[in-house]
Ligand binder design. Structure first.
Ligand SMILES: [Fe+2]
Length: 179
């Protein structure tokens, strides 16, 4: 599974801290151990169940969010880094892990992905934090997983969490217009 995760996420190489890179990869490996989905499924299933016949796959969306977040973090650091400290490793790891809990939100029925009972009870920000903490991911990255989605409106987001939240939503909300 280690090699499959590395193949799924070339962006893991962008994390400069080898310890954080290993914990981030391990969290994805752990999620696959507990999920009915395979790495191949993620290149096939739509990234959201909320847009009917969504043409973009899970991995296309997730990797796009990581790319947007990394570029945004670097731009903010370049122009405003003196006033606003930004840890780019934290942004990249948080973006890679934001939706890892979704692997526990789905089940496959007749070859189609649908929401699991656990997904109904515990949305992916919660299960994502549980998986990441089990794998030793630091709190500032778990914070991004916890706060990246709507639940995060109730939380004081870190700078890194704001970046991932907006990267995620700008790559999601326009799809609602396709309905
Ligand atoms: Fe999400």
């Amino acid at each position: 599974m280690h090699d499959a995760v590395r193949k799924l996420w070339p962006e893991l190489d962008w994390i400069t801290d080898p310890g954080l890179r290993a914990k981030t990869a391990r969290t994805w490996e752990r999620a696959f151990e507990l999920s009915p989905l395979t790495p191949g499924d993620l290149n096939r299933i739509p990234f959201t169940l909320l847009v009917p016949n969504c043409p973009t796959t899970f991995m296309e969306h997730k990797r796009c969010v990581v790319h947007i977040a990394q570029k945004a973090a670097c731009s903010m650091k370049e122009f405003m880094g003196n006033a606003l400290p930004i840890n780019v490793d934290t942004v990249i790891a948080g973006a890679i892990l934001a939706d890892v809990g979704k692997l526990l939100e789905y089940e496959t029925v007749d070859g189609k992905a649908k929401q699991s009972k656990r997904g109904e009870m515990l949305r992916h920000p919660f299960t994502g934090v549980a998986l990441a903490m089990e794998c030793g991911v630091p709190d500032e990255v778990c914070h991004i997983i916890a706060a990246h989605a709507a639940e995060g409106e109730l939380v004081k987001r870190s700078t890194e969490a704001y970046i991932v939240h907006h990267a995620d939503f700008m790559a999601y909300l326009p799809f609602k217009n396709l309905k």
